[in-house]
Design a protein around this ligand. Structure first.
Ligand SMILES: *Cc1c(COP(=O)(O)O)cnc(C)c1O
Length: 393
């Protein structure tokens, strides 16, 4: 039986009547951009995440741009960004005329390597952007220490991590800003583009709110140059229907991840238990050939936006993907090209791209398997069996 990588069909079928009633409510309200639905979404998100300010915006990408703008980051400034992430993390920096400085990642947890970040700090470094990739926190203790030491702002790209936490604190509330995406495939997805910016700093929140509407305050008076980062009332209202279900969906993703571990662990050679800190043994060689299952680390509640395995040795990942494709089992490579090797960033390093060995390795070895909440245990077993079949071939 085919298993899709991702589907919203069942999730939306269960909520169909409520979503339709919500659409009618917004239709009848006559308020289609910002307004009371957006105010309510912001209050509900702030309460859920445990932060002072939540500012709903047009997309996750715009949340990143708005955070950088509110911090006054622009030409001449450098921002430390992992190379192994989605384009928007670094694209938002470059769009403001600042320079993304690419940092290597930890090959066990896939997140920015604090020790490599430290090596790349210069007098121009203004901020660091940890990306909580695939739904698991970056090493925030190490990053916060680094930020304090060098007076850097922290912008958390929590686009894949709404609801995940680090030492009991929800991600997106630990830095100066947290940036979330409500793209439909994220853990909390709208029915279109939407995003959220969070902060505990009231002055920064005030600036961000003004910048969201062209830097306007009061009406038609502009002391700042902002842009249109507004969210539709419809998306806010639909998200309010989905937010109360988030924890049960997260529990289902968690169950799916556990099932993968149960089915696959006995069949695979396992590495030593991972740790991740500046002194972490991340660079231990993996047994080879091997599939490495994603490891939930202590003190971090993984929200499983993706279940991403590593396939070694080199070249074997594409063979496993082809095997799954033949069986109509969805899988995807997030991300096949690290950002420091993207052609658009070539002008940043005119001589040659910096060697970021782990980012390069990950882009060649990662494969994400279906994990969405509505998958049945039988479907997870089917995917696991297909992986085992390939391992034993
Ligand atoms: C999805 C995503 C974004 C961008 O969010 P959009 O809502 O699509 O603009 C940014 N960073 C990461 C890591 C993402 O996964």
């Amino acid at each position: 039986m085919p298993v899709p990588l991702f589907s919203l069909t069942d999730q939306h079928a269960a909520l169909r009547e409520e979503l339709r009633a919500t659409f009618d409510r917004v239709l009848d309200s006559g308020r289609y951009i910002l307004g009371p639905e957006v105010d309510s979404l912001e209050a509900e998100c702030a309460a859920y995440l445990g932060c002072k300010h939540a500012i709903a915006v047009s997309s996750g990408t715009d949340a990143l741009v708005l955070a950088l703008m509110a911090l006054g980051i622009g030409p001449g400034d450098e921002v430390l960004v992992p190379s192994f992430t989605f384009f928007a993390s670094a694209g938002s920096v470059a769009r403001l005329g600042a320079t993304p400085v690419f940092v290597d990642s930890c090959p066990r947890c896939f997140n920015i390597d604090p020790a490599d970040a430290a090596r790349r700090i210069t007098p121009r470094t203004k901020a660091i952007m940890p990306v909580h990739l695939f739904g698991q926190a970056a090493d925030m203790d190490a990053l916060q220490a680094l930020a304090r030491q060098h007076n850097l702002s922290i912008i958390e790209d929590a686009a894949q991590a709404f609801g995940a936490s680090y030492r009991q604190h929800k991600l997106g509330t630990l830095g100066h800003f947290g940036c979330f995406s409500f793209f439909p495939t994220k853990n909390l997805g709208a029915l279109g583009d939407a995003g959220l910016l969070t902060t505990n700093d009231s002055a920064l929140a005030h600036r961000a709110r003004i910048l969201r509407v062209h830097g306007m305050e009061p009406k038609y008076h502009h002391h700042l140059i902002g842009a249109n980062f507004r969210i539709d009332a419809l998306q806010a209202a639909l998200l309010r229907v989905k937010l109360p279900h988030l924890d049960s969906w997260a529990a289902a993703r968690q169950r799916n991840a556990q099932l993968y571990h149960q089915h696959l662990t006995p069949a695979l050679p396992q590495p030593t238990p991972p740790t991740c800190s500046p002194t972490c043994a991340c660079r231990d060689p993996l047994p080879s050939p091997a599939i490495l299952l994603p490891q939930p680390l202590p003190n971090r509640d993984h929200i499983w936006n993706q279940f991403t395995i590593r396939v070694t040795p080199q070249g074997q990942r594409d063979s496993l993907k082809a095997h799954l494709d033949r069986l109509h089992i969805g899988s995807e490579i997030y991300y096949p090209i690290p950002l420091h090797k993207q052609p658009c960033f070539a002008p940043l390093h005119p001589h040659s791209a910096p060697p970021l060995p782990n980012a390069t390795l990950l882009s060649q070895q990662v494969l994400s398997l279906p994990i969405f909440p509505e998958l049945s245990p039988t479907q997870i077993e089917e995917v696991a069996n297909a992986v085992k079949e390939w391992v034993n071939k």
